[in-house]
Design a protein around this ligand. Sequence first.
Ligand code: PLP
Length: 447
Amino acid sequence: MNDVSKPAAADRLNRPDLDAFWMPFTANRQFKAEPRLLVGAKGLYYRTEDGREIIDGASGLWCVNAGHGRPEIAEAVGRQLVEMDYAPSFNMGHRLAFDFASELAKLAPEGLDRIFFTNSGSESVDTALKIALAYHRARGEGQRTRLVGREKGYHGVGFGGISVGGLVNNRRMFLTLHGAEHLVHTHDLAKNAFSKGLPSHGAEKADDLERLVALHGAETIAAVIVEPVAGSAGVLPPPVGYLQRLREICTKYGILLIFDEVITGFGRLGAPFASQVFGVTPDIMTTAKGVTNGAFPMGAVFAGRHVHDAIVQGPAGAIELFHGYTYSGHPAACAAGLATLGIYAREGLLTRAADLAPGFEAAVHALKGRRHVIDVRNIGLMAGIDLAPRDGAPGARGFEAHLKAFKAGALIRYTGDTIALSPPLIATPQELERLVGIVGEVVETID
Ligand SMILES: Cc1ncc(COP(=O)(O)O)c(C=O)c1O
């Protein structure tokens, strides 16, 4: 029987029943009243249910670095599922997981060549935090249990990740871990507005770790986790010298430094990892997203040899780390990952952002002076564009920009009143101009 309340247009589009799927991080009722459904994707473009082409200004969700619909990945996954759909990695093994870990280790920053597989960024973060605790415990410093994150940080949605995360909406309804502390964030609109690349002011904010050391004692702190460039908070590149200083303070006190490279990993900044761009090597690095070009759920934690070796010791027959997932090193995920690395290598995508960055920077900074625009920040192929909040309705302009951009043919991310752009690394300079052009036109139409 026909549902008379269903609009005729939706019938023509053969829409699914939208009720049962409780959508993540979504205004469910608003979305279901006015759905934005995608039906296909190729290269830099999505296709909508009504046949429109949408330029992907967000690499899906910061993950489709090599562009959409890569047959090499689809074929590798298909072949693997037929050959061997699943194999456990607990006390069993299969070749692809070892091959993929070896290939990842070749790309890794100096010494971070021990790889633990997960299924997402959130799991990578929780895994890294647990590895940090296990490391200290194995070295006889089990009292180091505090985990330090940073205000405005995003580390996924596990209890570990929200505890070290610094976005209030992700925390306020939930329990957080005892002993999670936060450094001050580095965003300083007054001093750094419209910075190109790294902002000049704020390296001293790394000294906030000294405050936590003075307050709690270094011997209680296990690790500091930061995104080298905060992504979800609205693209906040680190001030010049900040990460170096954080590294020095961590080293001074024996605190492990974890870089969360779930967004910055796999070429976003013009090198395989942000750590290589900034010349700062953490002890542990978390990744996901671009590890399989978003085509298969997967994450990978890169541990320093010193971290791994401290834990992987003791009686030969004993399990060294009581941690892992049913799908750690899933054969199809590894096949997707190996195919993805092949594409990255053949097409030079892990360094391509460095070539595209100057043109992209010029394009996004040309938005200065557009209606509502109060800041533009950029690094590699990432940019944040802040709109002034509407009186009494913070976040409304960001959301409207997202909706209007979709109507105008672009998928963009927004967080609060910040528009975030992170297009696939295959984009041409002309396509980047077009994407930013749409943003420029859209902001002019917002009240
Ligand atoms: C820096 C960072 N860490 C962790 C995550 C969580 O990843 P996932 O959504 O795959 O759990 C994200 C997701 O955007 C992220 O940006």
